[in-house]
Design a protein. Structure first.
Length: 153
């Protein structure tokens, strides 16, 4: 089946460690993105936020007239570098796989966040919202990473 795709990229002055601390912990998502809450329903196989963990993120904004809670399973973790996840409930898409990749860039970090899912009618509706959401999310992540990095000793 054909796939739909969204992505956002940015380079921040913040260190990879600072960015990783924000993207690898669902409980910190509300501090930088459009979520009102983030928590874990289940710990990962080898660490609380590792492979197999189930995280939930509740939107702070209405989507299609209601607040959305996305339930995601962590699929792969390369500590400090890459996080892959799949949406298992809450967003009207099939076979959604997202990935965040961090690459050192000079004194900062290049961030690339991508997602792919099946091209269905509801998937196309989600795509219209997510193609705007991803750049906005990235802007918030970069701002929070730079703020946190500046506050580190």
């Amino acid at each position: 089946m054909a796939q739909l795709h969204v992505e956002a990229e940015a380079t921040t002055k913040a260190s990879p460690e600072t960015v990783w601390a924000l993207v690898s912990d669902a409980t910190r998502y509300p501090s930088w993105g459009p979520w009102s809450s983030g928590h874990y329903k289940k710990a990962g196989e080898e660490s609380p936020r590792g492979v197999g963990a189930i995280q939930t993120l509740r939107s702070a904004q209405r989507y299609l007239g209601r607040y959305t809670t996305s339930v995601e399973r962590i699929l792969e973790v390369e500590e400090g570098r890459r996080l892959a996840y799949m949406v298992i409930r809450g967003v009207p898409v099939r076979n959604y796989r997202g990935e965040v990749t961090l690459t050192p860039a000079g004194d900062g970090t290049h961030i690339r966040w991508t997602a792919d899912w099946d091209d269905t009618t509801l998937g196309r509706v989600a795509w219209r919202g997510l193609r705007t959401f991803f750049p906005e999310m990235m802007t918030g992540l970069v701002a929070a990473a730079e703020r946190d990095d500046a506050q580190s000793p």
